[in-house]
Design a protein around this ligand. Sequence first.
Ligand code: PEP
Ligand code: MG
Length: 751
Amino acid sequence: MLTILRKIVESVSSAESLTLAMQNLVMKTKEALGVDCCSVYIKDQTSNMLQLIATDGLDPKAVGTLTLGFDEGVVGLVARNLEMINLADASNNPNFKFIPGLGEELFHSFLGVPIVDQSILLGVLVIQQKTPRKFDEIDESFMVMLAAQLAGKFLEANLKKEMAMLGKSVSKTVSGLPVSKGLAQAQAFVLRPPLLLESIEIKKCEDPSIQYELFHQAMLQVQLELDRLMLKLNQSAGSPNSKIFEIYNMILNDRSFVDEIDQKIMGDSLYATAAVKLVCEKYINKFKEMEDPYFKDRAADVKDVAQRLLSKLAHSQVEFFDFSKPVILVADEVTASLLVEIPRTSLKGVISCKGSVNSHAAILARNMGVPAIMNIGESIDEFDDHYIVMDGTSGKIIIEPDNAIREEYKQLIETENNIREIAEKELYDSVVTLDNQKISVELNAGMNLDFETKGNFVDGVGLYRTEIPFMLQDNVLTEQEQINNYRNFLISFKDVPVCMRTLDIGGDKQLSYLKIHEANPALGWRGVRLMLDNRPLFMTQFKAMLKANIGLGNLKIMIPMISSSKEIEETRQMLDLAYNEVKEEMGLTDEQLRYPKFGAMIEVPSAVMLLEELSRTADFYSIGTNDLTQYILAVDRNNQKVAHCYDPYHPAVLRTLDYIFKECQRLDKPVSICGEMAGDYLGILILLAIGYRTFSMNLSSIARIKYLLRRIDVSKIKQIIDDAGLTNIEKIKTNLKNYISEQNLTRFYFE
Ligand code: PEP
Ligand code: MG
């Protein structure tokens, strides 16, 4: 009996479709038990009804059309009680329900078992017999075992997927760290990292011509990449490394190498990745077997070429994906560069298995206004082929939601869009509060995205993160590339000041081509410290900024991570030097080459205590609340384990912000806020009450913050904060929320 059972389960598992699997199941079970009828019902997770999906014995026309409630018939009773029912004559049972045309009147005995997966009913399996008899214990245990196997094996693997495809969802809820607010629903686009040569599966493909095309595209891209690297190395005189790339080129241009891969794709219908693996491994082994150490070493070169090809082939997942439909990007680690590769119109949400609130991918997602959830503790395999709804405010993700949830999210997204549209109508208006306070709302930029340059909807650019273009490229930007970047940006915002921050590399902002390994990166070689140790890079950036500003004059320059007077003084001397060199080099007058306003970021506690000294050199300050919070509280802004301790509303942070504002007033220095707190609804209200009037924030926050500020009275906010003091933050939050509700604004900010 066990052998028969195993055979049935195997035939179900290996069937190509749900229909075939279920047909196999009923036929084989009927035959194995020598009964007159076997049927299987599946529970529709949306409607909570049982649907007949296969039968050998009842009228086949009922398949797909007959549905039963849990309160209908003996089958409904099995589902309701999650228990086996064995009846000698079902028609005598009070629960029996006669369904005309089904042909059930022929059968008397009935044995029904529930198919259950982790206490959740998936369906009911039934056998019936014409002669009235109670099924024996062997039949019972066979059916119980079969149902258990079905639930465990087949339903887990295939049925869930197929049910989902049929719109009958088996949903799963997971949660992660909410990093960018908003709701989204769409199909998952699961992006896998480049594969390692060793782990490639040898698989046949359906359309070799596409694989052929992909392989040749990858070849071309690797070739270009190597040419670029070779050029760079040649420029650094006498570099022996460029020889390596010549060898790589020889491999790529070797006709027999390319022909062999082509043959594996076109002749053997293999995937391009599989073909690359087989041919490269053959060459690697050949080289390894050679006596001559020089040739032995070439095995590593072939492997590197293979790995580069595989990485381009993985990348072509993005290039060749049809982005005409909306998607939610799912990846093990979503990076900033990955985000900008997906067309904005189709990118509805972002899910990253790893990541944190202040990682650059998270900041970019917020900037783009794309809901994002990170650190989800699930494998990306969970999302394959699935439809997803996600809530970037709570961090909840539902994989394969049922129709009711999809409809609910659809409505919520519509409401959210309406609210955004209402706020965006006032995007271009300036901000004056109900009590006539003029507020400057500025933009945090640096992603070089089209939407960042929409026009004059802000009073300035308070923070242009220059390191981001460096992070999105594979190498350091040349002076000319920087000039072009900065100039385009200065032109886009020509009527307002644009504050460019010099490179803030290090810490969590790593460049792929300048990896820094430190035990304590946040306290290590980052920002101005790193730049003062790389003066040619610093000088090039200063010069590029100054040249980009010629004839425009809206540039301001700001230095990140200042922690001592010496740093700001040395930096200013470098800017003086760069200014004089550019002036001389280009034969410009003071009028033609404007000396920009020069400022410091206040984001390290020591700088807070040095404001008086810094003010001898700095013209203005901008507060980076992200880092300031991290350093005041000694909480790594990227460490999930201590995320609950990272709190910009901590009384120590608020009192520091209060102190900075008062000091800047005393010293008569302009000060603004450019950390994430400025774009937060409650954060900005507290900052207003402290006295700040200039705020720089992500693009996605601007419309709603402007809408909010135009509808509040700063004196009332100040009253609320003064009443509570900068200590009782819970009281402040509650009272501010009440005030927002009195202003009829709750649905804009807190629903
Ligand atoms: C900050 O630290 O608040 C800030 C604006 O800079 P970044 O997030 O780029 O470190
Ligand atoms: Mg910072």
